[in-house]
Design a protein around this ligand. Structure first.
Ligand code: PLP
Length: 310
C-alpha cells in the first residue's frame, strides 16, 4: 500500500504541474503537435512481457500529457469545451479512485442521490413545473439518439415487440445546422438518413419555422409519418438558437415530439442575461444538455431529460 500511495502521490504532483499548471498557461503550447510516425518514434507504446520501473512509467505519463492536446488551455478553440473547473476535476478523481458505477443504488448510494438532485435542478431551470425524468449518459450524441428512440416508442408503443416492420415510413425533421448525431441516430435506429428531412436555416443559422411547416406537409403528402422534430439551442458551428416557441406551436399542431439539442447552448439557462435564447424550452418533450461544454464539467457529463415521467 505504501508503494501504491507513493506512486499516486508522485503522479498527482506531476499531473498538477504538467496538465493543470502548464496545460492552462497561455504561454505554453496548446499541443506539441507531431505526426503519427514521429509520435510512434517518440513514445514507447509497444506492450511488453516485462514490467517497467515506476520512474519510467511516470516519464511515460509525462510524455502522454506533453504530446496531448490541452483542451483547457485558454487558446483551445476546437471542440466546445470551456476550460478547467477544479472542483469537477476532483470529483472525477474521486469517481476513479472508488471505481464505482451508477447503475444501482446498491453500488452507488451517494451518486444516485446526487444524480437525482442535479437532474431535478436542471429540470427546474428548464421550467418543467411537474418535473420529469432523466439520466446521465456517455455524450450528447447518445442523448439525441435516446430522444429519437423515445419519440418513436411514444408514437408506436408496439415498436419494441414488432420492430421496424410494423410502422409506416417515419420522418424526422431537423435544421441544416443540426449536429450530425441526429442523422446518426436515424441510421443507428434503422429509420434511415433519407428520412431525416432537412429544414433550411436563415442567414444566422436559425431554423425557419415556415420551412418546417412546409417539410411536414411534404412528408405527409408523400404518405410518410412525421413524428419527431429536433431544434438546436446553440448550433455547433454558428452557435445559433432555433426559435423554440414558434416551433413548439407547429409541433403541437401536428402532434410531433419536440426535442431540443441544447448540448452546447443549455448553459445559457444559467444566465439571467442570455436565458431568453431558450424561451419556450419548457414546452419541449426532451432535452439533451452537455454540462461538459459551456458549464465546464469534466468529460463526459451529458444529461438527457424527458418531461413525461412514465
Ligand atoms: N449537439 C451539439 C449541438 C453539439 O455541438 C455536439 C458536440 O459538439 C453534440 C450534440 C454531441 O455531443 P457529444 O460530443 O457529447 O456526443
Amino acid at each position: 500500500m505504501e508503494a501504491a500511495e507513493n506512486f499516486i502521490q508522485q503522479a498527482m504532483d506531476m499531473i498538477i504541474q504538467e496538465a493543470v499548471k502548464k496545460g492552462t498557461n497561455v504561454k505554453e503550447k496548446v499541443c506539441e503537435w507531431r505526426s503519427p510516425e514521429q509520435l510512434k518514434e517518440l513514445l514507447d507504446l509497444e506492450l511488453k512481457d516485462t514490467g517497467e520501473s515506476e520512474s519510467k512509467i511516470l516519464q511515460c505519463c509525462k510524455d502522454a500529457i506533453r504530446y496531448s492536446v490541452k483542451t483547457s488551455h485558454p487558446r483551445f478553440f476546437n471542440q466546445l469545451f470551456a476550460g478547467m473547473e477544479p472542483h469537477s476535476m476532483v470529483a472525477s478523481f474521486i469517481i476513479e479512485a472508488i471505481k464505482t458505477s451508477l447503475y444501482t443504488y446498491e453500488v452507488a448510494p451517494v451518486f444516485t442521490l446526487m444524480e437525482d438532485v442535479v437532474l431535478r435542478t436542471m429540470m427546474e431551470l428548464i421550467g418543467w413545473e411537474d418535473g420529469g425524468d432523466g439520466l446521465f449518459n456517455p455524450g450528447g450524441s447518445m442523448s439525441n439518439m435516446y430522444a429519437v428512440n423515445l419519440a418513436r416508442y411514444n408514437y408506436c408503443p408496439d415498436f419494441k415487440e414488432n420492430g421496424i416492420y410494423s410502422s409506416s415510413r417515419l420522418v424526422m425533421l431537423t435544421s441544416q445546422e443540426a449536429h450530425y448525431s441526429i442523422s446518426k441516430a436515424a441510421a443507428l435506429l434503422g429509420l434511415g438518413t433519407k428520412n431525416v428531412y432537412v429544414v433550411p436555416s436563415d442567414y444566422r443559422g436559425k431554423m425557419i419555422p415556415s420551412a418546417l411547416e412546409e417539410k411536414i406537409q411534404l412528408a405527409k403528402s408523400e404518405g410518410a409519418v412525421p413524428f419527431f422534430v429536433n431544434v438546436t439551442a446553440g448550433t455547433t458551428v454558428f452557435g445559433a438558437f432555433d426559435p423554440i416557441e414558434e416551433i413548439a406551436d407547429i409541433c403541437e399542431k401536428h402532434n410531433l415530439w419536440l426535442h431540443v439539442d441544447a448540448c452546447w447552448g443549455g448553459g445559457a439557462l444559467m444566465s439571467k442575461k442570455h436565458k431568453h435564447l431558450l424561451n419556450g424550452i419548457q414546452r419541449v418533450n426532451s432535452v439533451a444538455w452537455n454540462l461538459h461544454k459551456m458549464l465546464m464539467a469534466t468529460l463526459q457529463c451529458s444529461a438527457f431529460l424527458v418531461r413525461d415521467k412514465t
